[in-house]
Design a protein around this ligand. Sequence first.
Ligand SMILES: CC(C)(COP(=O)(O)OP(=O)(O)OC[C@H]1O[C@@H](n2cnc3c(N)ncnc32)[C@H](O)[C@@H]1OP(=O)(O)O)[C@@H](O)C(=O)NCCC(=O)NCCS
Length: 136
Amino acid sequence: VTIVYAREQDLPANDFAAVLGAAGMGQNRPVADEPRLRQMLENANLIVTARDHGRIVGAARCMTDFAWVCYCAEIAVDKRAQGGGIGRAIIEHCRSILGDGVSFVLAAYPDAVGFYERIGMTRIADAFVFNRERGV
Ligand SMILES: CC(C)(COP(=O)(O)OP(=O)(O)OC[C@H]1O[C@@H](n2cnc3c(N)ncnc32)[C@H](O)[C@@H]1OP(=O)(O)O)[C@@H](O)C(=O)NCCC(=O)NCCS
């Protein structure tokens, strides 16, 4: 398989919704709310995809200043393609764009904790959040 990794700032909302659904994240993201989904994409300034002969099989959507910190809002890999190194490669692609002066931060789903540990990320205990009160 030849997977193509690329920065895709103009990722269509339907492709994004498709990969979220295929990754099993359809209940955890507003995939049926297209205006909100489009806003999520338009205001994210680092979007990286993985495509297999044009078909989207993975994506990461991040917000960054390209100087200090990058927040990864989601990473998703199609269930049929999980476990083949695509998730790791998407994060590597993001980090190669960001360079070594930028930290890469995210909040993990409980089921994905092992993945982030496996790829060498450091777990932080003292992260804080005000949770959203609307939407999924
Ligand atoms: C989590 C996710 C992005 C990982 O992508 P992936 O392409 O399956 O992962 P990779 O194949 O690159 O995995 C890299 C390594 O981590 C391991 N790994 C992958 N998922 C794991 C998990 N959930 N728990 C423990 N280890 C895991 C792989 O076995 C692999 O190990 P290796 O180095 O021995 O080969 C993907 O499985 C996914 O989309 N899951 C559902 C949605 C989700 O949880 N997203 C994250 C939200 S925070």
